[in-house]
Design a binder for this molecule. Structure first.
Ligand code: BTN
Length: 263
């Protein structure tokens, strides 16, 4: 990555690069961004790292950021948002990262519910939102984005198919151009947080819809058809029994081999 002075030049004019904190190596950009937020950092403060030694993903899983191979960033948000709508931040970030990949390369990106960014069915990027509440409102949120740009995690380190943007793109990927595009698309989508467009665009990118999926619930593995998604970010499922239910959080795995049994 460029030195901080060149980075601020490359990211000039972006609301989501109001103040830029660049680290060659850090535990997690999420922790640094949270500490800055709690010390009063303005919305749009950006924390970037070349390498994370304790990067994290959803569900407390580790997220690998080997030096110089990825985008690892966290942005401070102070949205005027009720806590029940926090999932909108995840949706907007997933859509924005897909759009940035498509703008910077010519590959098509999609989403696996709720927020895994896929190229060719393999995970390429992830989004993590961590927030603090004040009453029913979000006091702040830290939006984290990790993109595998030139290296994918080794298969033994993850339990899903993974890739990196460079492996899927026909041209060399410019990491700085991708960074600028991610930030630009995030702020554009953030500006229309309350709109139907954001939900419609998120839903349209969800490859999970129409798939048979399975997920763990306690000791059980539940199998269901992912029929639809709702404005609050939930998946609408039809269970094998025919019963419908919603899933608000968790990890789902697509399984294509089942057929619907009706009783
Ligand atoms: C996921 O798909 O599980 C979310 C991955 C989010 C990773 C990013 S990398 C930058 C930021 N810092 C972290 O420790 N995590 C997020």
């Amino acid at each position: 990555m460029l030195p901080a002075s060149d980075l601020s030049h490359a990211l000039r004019g972006l609301r989501f690069a109001q103040a830029i904190h660049v680290h060659q190596q850090i535990g997690s950009t999420m922790d640094e961004a949270k500490a800055l937020t709690e010390a009063g950092a303005v919305e749009g403060t950006l924390v970037l790292a070349e390498e994370q030694t304790a990067g994290r993903g959803r569900g407390g899983r580790a997220w690998l950021t080997p030096p110089g191979s990825a985008l690892a960033l966290s942005v401070v948000l102070r949205p005027n948002l009720r806590a029940e709508h926090a999932a909108w931040l995840t949706m907007l970030a997933g859509v924005a990262v897909c759009e940035a990949i498509e703008q910077t390369t010519i590959v098509r990106a999609a989403l696996k519910w709720p927020n895994d960014v896929l190229i060719g069915g393999k995970k390429t990027a992830g989004v993590l939102i961590e927030s603090a509440l004040r009453g029913d409102e979000l006091e702040y949120a830290v939006l984290g984005v990790g993109v595998n740009v030139t290296e994918a995690p080794p298969p033994e380190a993850v339990d899903y198919p993974a890739t990196c943007v460079q492996a899927e793109a026909p041209q060399p990927v410019d990491r700085l151009a991708l960074l600028r595009s991610v930030l630009a698309r995030l702020e554009a989508r953030y500006a229309e947080l309350n709109s139907d467009t954001m939900f419609t665009d998120w839903r349209a990118r969800l490859t999970t819809l129409g798939q048979w999926i399975e997920f763990r619930e306690g000791a059980e593995t539940v199998v269901a058809l992912a029929e639809d998604a709702t404005m609050d970010g939930a998946l609408v499922l039809q269970l094998e029994s025919g019963t419908r239910r919603r899933l608000f959080a968790g990890d789902v795995r697509g399984i294509r081999s089942r057929t619907l049994t009706t009783q």
